[in-house]
Design a protein. Structure first.
Length: 161
């Protein structure tokens, strides 16, 4: 299995896991967050198919972080309320962070070994996106673990706009 095929396998596993997380969580913002990241991972799979066909890689116009900021801005009032999380929610976020870390490590190696500039650009974009996914999950975990002491991104940029 080559690096692109492995990336597709990893991205599909992420789609499956994050879809399950969205189905299980009772938090409506959590559902939207997981489903937004599912869409990112599906986009990665589509890009992998194009790159494997020799087409030039074109990254998404919106980054995962920009998508999440938009989601939180649209749900600002809800986000400002005390939100409780279940142990399952927190466990899912911890698993998601581990998955994203592993993906970044794999994509860093794949980028180094890429045979074509389009492949290298694809893996470099995946690294950036997966790092942003990690930050989103980490920040959400922090928020749900201790809402009162949580600060969303720098200077409340997501919650306060």
């Amino acid at each position: 299995m080559n690096s692109i095929e492995m990336a597709v396998k990893m991205e599909q596993e992420a789609v499956d896991f994050y879809t399950q997380c969205a189905e299980k969580t009772n938090n409506p913002i959590g559902k939207k967050m997981f489903l937004s990241i599912v869409e990112d991972e599906k986009h990665h799979i589509a890009c992998a198919a194009e790159v494997s066909e020799g087409k030039e890689f074109k990254p998404s116009e919106m980054t995962p972080l920009e998508d999440m900021k938009k989601l939180f801005e649209q749900n600002k009032e809800f986000m400002l309320q005390q939100v409780s999380a279940t142990t399952d929610d927190l466990d899912a976020l911890e698993t998601a962070m581990k998955m994203e870390e592993a993906a970044v490590k794999f994509y860093e190696k794949a980028a180094e070994q890429a045979a074509h500039p389009s492949e290298k650009a694809f893996f470099e974009c995946l690294i950036k996106d997966e790092q942003e996914h990690f930050a989103i999950f980490q920040n959400t975990h922090s928020f749900l673990s201790d809402t009162g002491n949580w600060f969303m991104w720098e200077e409340h940029t997501i919650v306060e706009g």
